[in-house]
Design a protein. Structure first.
Length: 175
């Protein structure tokens, strides 16, 4: 499935293991693969290094476009670089391997991020957390594992423990 169709998929009702998602408001975690070491200027954060490997980025989609529009934007890498993660995903060396979403009307990204932070180190202080309500160090985490499946399972566990019902989408495998 092509990345530009993700928004269409997430905006329609999805039935997955007894749960329904219609692409409304919610929280998401992107598993980002950085295929080659990168050095990027990221707004006020300055020049940051991103070693090769997998990263977790957690954000929220509480605006009118909801999860569908937000995840679609991250997958297709729009021209306007509004969020820190946009700078990373705009490079040819980084891409989203998996998007994990869950519907919620509340701001859950800090709670999810803090729970994930119990397992993984923060990377790039201030990244994605400039509007953070719980003073998170960063919303970008750097796991030591290179297993997409292990990360997916851990993120799903964290979502469930915080009362969320996760769903995943892979732009690589969900074709």
């Amino acid at each position: 499935m092509q990345a530009h169709r993700v928004g269409q998929i997430l905006r329609r009702t999805i039935h997955y293991k007894g749960n329904s998602y219609n692409g409304g408001k919610g929280v998401y975690t992107l598993i980002i693969a950085v295929r080659t070491p990168l050095r990027l200027k990221v707004g006020r954060l300055g020049s940051l290094s991103f070693p090769k490997g997998l990263y977790l980025y957690t954000g929220s989609a509480l605006g009118p476009g909801g999860l569908g529009r937000r995840v679609d934007r991250h997958l297709r890498g729009g021209e306007h670089k509004f969020w820190h993660v946009d700078r990373l995903l705009a490079t040819k060396g980084a891409s989203v391997g998996l998007a994990i979403i869950a519907q919620t009307n509340g701001r859950m990204e800090c709670r999810v991020n803090r729970s994930l932070g119990e397992f993984y180190n923060s990377h790039a202080e201030g990244f994605g957390s400039s509007d953070c309500i719980e003073s998170c160090t960063s919303h970008l985490l750097k796991p030591k594992t290179h297993s997409m499946a292990a990360l997916r399972n851990n993120v799903f566990d964290v979502y469930r423990k915080t009362g969320l019902r996760p769903l995943s989408y892979s732009p690589i495998y969900d074709k």
